[in-house]
Ligand binder design. Structure first.
Ligand code: NAP
Length: 673
């Protein structure tokens, strides 16, 4: 049977590469799966198409519209996930491994989508921080904003997560409003291509918003500009080659790099054999060695234990690994499948040899054991031991990207910190301890060297997401050797694809630019109460000015009796006067809030369904008995959630009879769109 050829997606068309094609073998038995190549593509044209067609289309959409699109992509992947699981086996992965890649990838889209709809405005501009006053009268102010870059994001991915690796980058990129060109690693590009096709078939992506290269990137890098971003995942070697490309350097192209990393796991000094933390540590190290046959950038390569417990660790880990059934990933009883290719397996065997030459010795597993299936890329999990990790440099430097880990002793916590940091920067580190002091000292000593740190003990292990799982809401990346990049981290990831600009102007101009009311911007006093208006009928700046009411001493005493809040400042004239803040008894802040609601609320059922919260509350001027108060309620921003509801953010100012601001806050209400 003829081997199928993978297709590139260039300028909204599926195109077979011409010229020389590479044959991609199955990890299970080496038989051909697909041919791949990108010869003949117009790489400069692809970038231009992204910039001229994809970017403008995405930028016309709001953050929320793009987030809903990202959710639709996740739903499309989930609806056809079985097609992907079939291909997943050919990469050597079990179904459980594939779950992380396929459903974990779709889950990342869902997580980004819902977080974006909760945390970003339904608008085109993202604010960064508060308005900065730059003048005495307040007519000249500053505001940092983010807008989408106007180039393309070039995503270069590693072979080990052909689906998740693409989706975790696409989610923040598309939500930011930037088109992407995806270049998967060739070894597993057939799985990426299938997932990409599902997304195109979903019909929700605007033209030019995504393109795919299955093969070399040709002269693409020559055409990059300072509006483009390269987001790379793979080896340090390739990263440094691409980072130092003359065009990348000349144009200051943003370059996000996630590289290899010698991640460590540390058994705490308190975690003696027999403690829950000891057992949890052994289980985690064994899991990280065998999930995806250890081909995870976050896998534990170095496992450190107090010298006195190292023998016990070796024994317990050895027993656990011996129970791991290695075999055809399609079999139900297989616990660990194959590596991605025979050449990858041979590379891992060579790295094991280098570790042995450097002084480590194998204490479990046989790298030369016969393959579980003839022609397949199988390897038993191999545990090494380095008794002198201070002189065995290779254990902190050489990354066998497979089911391999090295155990090593430490003398005290400071020693463990120093050893962990010898990896020169890692993606993640786990510490197994039940001692808060050990956890604090360790994190203070090692935090600067690691992108993510887990402290696991008996109280959180059952719910822990595990050492090796990057999560969409947390940053993934690490300093130094790990690449110095950072991905995901919720909306932090979106900002990698946007430009921060400091805008200096009047509040009115800044309100117009950001579609948000700003203090000092014009307010439009409305005749119809805004609670009687649907969101579509409310304009930013619409303002209700209420009548005023006087706050009497009897109100304060009534409130104190009613609620039980008899704090001295409300009840004891002498004590209040003696304080450095008050001139006498003052109204409760909560009384002011309650009276404020009494002044601005329009009670009948209508387009405002509910009050969902207050934010940024500040009491600025005390309100004394006999003072009066009134409220100005201004529409600050609007954000539609779905067809039935949306959120209105109101700027609330409570003012006294001298127009001094008594209190200010953002009121949130759930409204009819
Ligand atoms: P790799 O050889 O560096 O390849 C990574 C990607 O770069 C692939 O898509 C590859 O495409 C592409 N590439 C290679 N040379 C290129 C060039 N001259 N121009 C443009 N693209 C080029 O790494 P790998 O072997 O696939 O992945 C394993 C490594 O990735 C391990 O070291 C692992 O630690 C690291 N990794 C890191 C993370 C992380 O998040 N930090 C995640 C996963 C893996 P081809 O396949 O077509 O050559």
């Amino acid at each position: 049977m003829k081997t199928a050829q993978l297709l590139n997606y260039e300028r909204d068309r599926w195109i077979a590469g011409d010229g020389s094609l590479a044959e991609l073998p199955s990890a299970i038995d080496g038989s051909p799966v697909a041919l791949t190549g990108s010869g003949g593509l117009d790489f400069g044209g692809m970038l231009a198409h992204a910039r001229e067609v994809g970017g403008p289309a995405l930028r016309r959409m709001t953050f929320h519209e793009r987030a809903r699109m990202v959710k639709a992509l996740g739903l499309a992947i989930m609806a056809r996930k079985e097609e992907l699981y079939e291909l997943n086996y050919l990469t050597g992965c079990t179904r459980k491994d594939g779950w992380i890649d396929i459903e974990g990838g779709a889950g990342t889209l869902f997580s980004f989508s819902s977080k974006a709809r909760r945390e970003l405005p339904d608008a085109h501009v993202l604010l960064d921080g508060q308005l900065e006053g730059l003048s005495k009268q307040g007519s000249f102010v500053g505001q940092h904003i983010f807008t989408p870059l106007q180039g393309a994001a070039v995503h270069i991915n590693a072979f080990n997560f052909p689906v998740w690796g693409m989706l975790e980058k696409l989610a923040p990129t598309l939500i930011a409003g930037v088109p992407a060109i995806v270049k998967p690693a060739s070894a597993t590009a057939y799985l990426t291509e299938a997932a990409f096709k599902i997304m195109i078939d979903a019909g929700v992506l605007p033209p030019g918003s995504v393109q795919l290269i299955v093969g070399s990137v040709g002269d693409l890098f020559e055409h990059l500009t300072g509006q483009d971003v390269v987001s790379f995942t793979g080896s340090a070697h390739t990263a440094s080659k691409l980072k130092s490309h003359p065009t990348v350097m000349r144009e200051s192209v943003r370059f996000v790099a996630e590289q290899d990393s010698l991640n460590a796991s540390v058994l705490g000094p308190d975690a003696a054999p027999g403690t829950p933390e000891f057992d949890l540590f052994v289980r985690e190290v064994a899991t990280e060695m065998t999930v995806k046959a250890g081909q995870k950038c976050t896998a534990i390569r170095r496992a450190m234990a107090p010298a006195a417990y190292l023998d016990a660790v070796e024994q317990a880990l050895g027993e656990r690994l011996a129970r791991t059934k290695v075999g055809d990933p399609r079999s139900d009883d297989t616990r660990m499948g194959a590596l991605v290719s025979v050449s990858q397996r041979d590379d891992v065997i060579e790295k094991i040899r280098q570790l042995e030459v450097a002084g480590a010795r194998i204490v479990a597993g046989d790298p030369n054991a016969e393959a579980a299936v003839k022609g397949g890329a199988f390897l038993q999990p191999v545990l090494l031991r380095a008794d002198d990790p201070w002189t065995t440099d290779a254990v902190h430097d050489c990354e066998p990207f497979g089911p391999v880990s090295t155990i090593m002793p430490y003398n005290d916590l400071g020693d463990a910190v120093a050893l962990a940091n010898r990896g020169r920067g890692s993606l993640c580190l786990s510490l197994f301890t039940h001692s808060p002091d050990a956890a604090r000292d360790f994190v203070l000593g090692a935090g600067a060297y690691h992108g993510r740190m887990l402290v696991i003990d008996r109280t959180n292990a059952a719910e822990s997401t595990g050492h090796g799982s990057p999560l969409p809401v947390l940053t993934h990346g690490g300093p130094g050797r790990a690449g110095g990049g950072e991905e995901m981290g919720g909306m932090r990831g979106v900002k990698h694809y946007m430009q921060r600009t400091a805008i200096q102007s009047s509040p009115a101009i800044i309100a117009a630019i950001t579609s948000q009311y700003m203090p000092g911007a014009p307010k439009h006093e409305v005749e119809v109460h805004p609670f009687r208006r649907k969101m579509s009928e409310l304009a930013i700046g619409d303002t209700l000015k209420t009548a005023s009411r006087t706050v009497a001493i009897a109100d304060i005493e009534h409130f104190a009796e009613f609620t039980g809040d008899k704090f001295y400042a409300h009840m004891d004239e002498e004590a209040a006067k003696a304080s450095p803040i008050f001139e006498g008894r003052v109204a409760h802040g909560y009384l002011i809030l309650s009276f404020a609601a009494g002044l601005f609320v329009d009670p009948a059922p209508g387009p405002v369904y509910a009050n969902t919260g207050l934010e940024n509350l500040r009491f600025l001027t005390p309100l004394y008995p006999g003072d009066s108060m009134r409220v100005e309620l201004t529409v600050k921003s609007k954000s539609i959630r779905d067809e039935e509801k949306g959120e209105v953010r109101w700027a609330v100012y409570v003012l006294n009879q001298k127009d001094e601001v008594v209190a200010t806050y953002d009121l949130l209400t759930m409204n009819q769109p």
